[in-house]
Design a protein around this ligand. Structure first.
Ligand code: NAD
Length: 255
């Protein structure tokens, strides 16, 4: 049996499906991932953008805002690709428990999946948080200030340090989202990974939690991942091509 067919069968037999996405899922929307050739880490040094460096000095914050603001217009304009639309279709068919995503681009919500079904493990680039009074600002508003010359924006309410609402290296994971992702991973009967290198922890723990509790594990990624040997099916390919093929098979089979 073809691998795509095998996954379609697993989907039809599953009642609780969790989809887990990483940066690879959004490359077909024109957003670079971190680790592919030409990805963000081939152009920037990750050790420059840790949370510790951000907090340590005004210079560290200025560098961070430059780095983050350079990619924001592209991210804000990006549109969901066929992979996102396929997951949204699974949701409309009543087959999706939730999406756990490492992505900060908001493209699952843009594809029509409601906020409450998207667990953003690494936060979102669409908001900026004051780290002191916790006031939240729309990213567009702060980006306009940055463009106008405010290179290290401060909170209007309290003057506190502000940071895009994403989780940087060295920054604590969001407690509620991490706990919810662990709970959903443990309770699903199919855990489908789409476009993640599965090397960033604790996110990469989620497929192992699901597998450990007896869920089927399917991995769709361009390259091998360290978790491939746990998976029931591994497909090396583009998520924007493979996921629609799987969905077509699901629809072609009698329920
Ligand atoms: P990663 O960059 O480590 O790995 C991406 C993986 O996706 C690679 O293994 C690559 O081979 C694969 N890939 C690339 N294009 C693909 C495609 N079209 N189809 C299938 N596979 C494809 O990304 P990661 O594992 O998600 O983790 C790194 C971190 O990157 C996360 O913390 C995330 O927050 C952050 N990130 C997010 C975005 C975004 O929001 N779109 C973009 C860059 C980085």
């Amino acid at each position: 049996m073809e691998k795509v067919d095998m996954v379609a069968d697993i989907i039809l037999k599953s009642r609780t499906i969790v989809v887990f996405t990483g940066a690879g899922h959004s490359t077909e929307s024109g957003i670079s991932d971190f680790r592919s050739p030409g990805g963000i880490w081939s152009r920037f040094d990750p050790s420059e953008f840790t949370f510790q460096k951000f907090m340590a000095s005004e210079e560290g914050r200025e560098k961070y805002w430059q780095f983050s603001s350079a990619s924001w217009p592209e991210m804000a304009a990006a549109q969901p690709n066929l992979g996102h639309h396929t997951i949204a279709e699974l949701h409309r068919m009543g087959r999706l428990d939730c999406v756990i995503t490492q992505n900060i681009d908001g493209l699952h919500q843009k594809s029509g999946i409601p906020d409450e079904k998207v667990i953003e493990l690494h936060g979102t680039a669409h908001w900026v948080d004051c780290l002191e009074c916790h006031r939240r600002y729309p990213r567009e508003e702060i980006h306009r200030r940055f463009e106008a010359g405010d290179k290290v924006p401060r909170c209007e309410a309290c003057g506190g340090i502000m940071k895009p609402a994403t989780v940087s290296f060295g920054q604590a994971m969001p407690v509620a989202e991490t706990a919810e992702a662990e709970r959903r991973s443990a309770a699903c009967d199919l855990f489908l990974v789409a476009g993640s290198s599965l090397v960033v922890y604790p996110a990469a723990q989620m497929p192992l939690i699901a597998h450990g509790k007896g869920a089927k594990l399917v991995i769709v990624n361009m390259e091998p991942t360290p978790h491939d040997h746990y998976a029931d099916v591994v497909i090396h390919g583009k998520t924007g091509e493979v996921l629609p093929q799987i969905l077509a098979q699901v629809k072609a089979k009698p329920d």
